[in-house]
Each structure stands twice: as C-alpha cells, then as structure tokens.
Design a protein around this ligand. Sequence first.
Ligand code: SF4
Ligand code: SF4
Ligand code: FES
Length: 261
Amino acid sequence: MSASKKSDKPAKPAARESGEVPPVKLIPIYVMGKRYEVPEGLTLMKAMEHAGYKFIRGCGCRGGTCGACGTVYRKPGDYRLQVALACQKTVEPDMHISQIPFFPANRALFEFEKLTEAPEEVFKLYPELFRCVACNACTKACPQGIEVMDAVSALKQGNISGAAEIAFECIQCGLCTGRCFGELMQYHMFQLARRIYGARIAPRAEHLARMTESIAGGRYEEFLEKLQGMSEEELKELYREREVEPVTAGEDWTPQDKTYL
Ligand code: SF4
Ligand code: SF4
Ligand code: FES
C-alpha cells in the first residue's frame, strides 16, 4: 500500500471532537532548589501551586497589576539572573525560580498637603537619590520594562513630571530595589513623584470640574427620579434603545440627544 493511499478505516476524530483530553506534558522546574514536574504552559504561580505551594503572601491580582508576585529565576547555561511576575511568566524546562514577594524599603513619612512641587521636597525626603551610580541594574530588573534609571535620573534633575511619566506603569514589585547598588527605594520615590504630579503639576481637568459642579447643582435629579420610578422592563427597553457610540467614532463624537451633556 502506498503511503499516500487513504485508509478505509474511519478517521480518528480530533481529540476536541471526541472529548478526549490530550495528555499533559510535564516539564521539570526547581522551586527554591527543589525539583518538581509541572504541566507545560502553566504560569510560575500556577506551577508552584501545582507543586503544592499555597500562596498566603506574594499573590494578589493574578493579572500582572498588583506587583505582589515578583520572582527571580535562572535558566540552565545562562549566567543572567532574570525577573518576572509569577502570575505572568510561564514555566520553561529546568528553570530555577524563587519568589521575592516583598523587598524591605524605607518609605519617607510626610504630610502630603504640605508638600509643594519643588524638586527639593523630593531631595529632602529621599536624599538616597544621589547615591545612584547609574549602573542601570534597576532597568534590567524591571518586569514592566520601565526605564527605571531614566526615571531616577529625571528625579535627580528635579524633573518630577518626567519621572512620573517614565514610571507611570510601576506596580511597586520592588525587584529594582533588590538589585540597586545605591540602595535606593525607587518605587516609593516614583509613587511620590506621581502623587506630586497628579496633585500639583498636571493641568486641572476643567470639563470634570464643570460636570461635578453641575451634578452637585442637581442637574440630574429629575432624570434619576424618573429612572427610579421605572419597571425592570422599561429600564431594559431604555437600555436597548440607547444611542451607542460607534466603534469608529472620533474624539469629537457626541450623541444626538444632548440633554444631559
Ligand atoms: S520600577 Fe521597580 S518596583 Fe516598579 S515595576 Fe519596575 S521593578 Fe517593579
Ligand atoms: S540600580 Fe540603583 S544605582 Fe543602579 S542605576 Fe538603578 S537606581 Fe542607580
Ligand atoms: S499577582 Fe498581582 S501582579 Fe502577579
């Protein structure tokens, strides 16, 4: 029989159609030096749970935003110590992992109401800032891909807005702090920069001020009362009939009914 001739036997249905569960491929990983076999494709966090670890610390959102699951790892034959969020990174064969869920770092105490946007305020609260030796180890350690050293440099130059912008996506995992030669606590400094920027430097949102004023002035009271008096069906109907913003709408799109704008 030629290799290309079709078999008379009915084809075996694909696993998904037949309901069969495909076999799980296990790969070895090392958690704090101990070897485990875990299913391929799991995140480090799930792999550790599969291995029997229970997270009572070092786990929060499981979505890459809370910064609770900082992890360091090394792969065989690779000299580099690498970093990841355990809830995001998937396992690779033979990787050695260890979680760093909290890295001690001093946080300056201050009364925010009394702080101004003067750079000296940051210098006074975090004089360690000037211990930075520009080694860039912090940038390499950041699982968010933030140019950490650039944000530190911006702060040193008194550029609070620049630091706030560069470090906007900092999730305060602390991995940069753990690698810093100058023993800085970058994430607390960045949080301060963002707060000062938000409260003292960013332009005020005038449209928001107008809207809150108009809400406080009772503009929507009558409409809200009308809604409260409606039945569930009437509310559903109102929802179905609403004018939906088109997906391709431009920035200047407004609904035809402008009563409550
Ligand atoms: S800047 Fe530091 S604390 Fe912030 S996300 Fe990056 S490594 Fe984590
Ligand atoms: S790791 Fe520390 S010393 Fe090195 S560049 Fe970053 S802040 Fe500066
Ligand atoms: S659990 Fe929140 S970032 Fe990983």
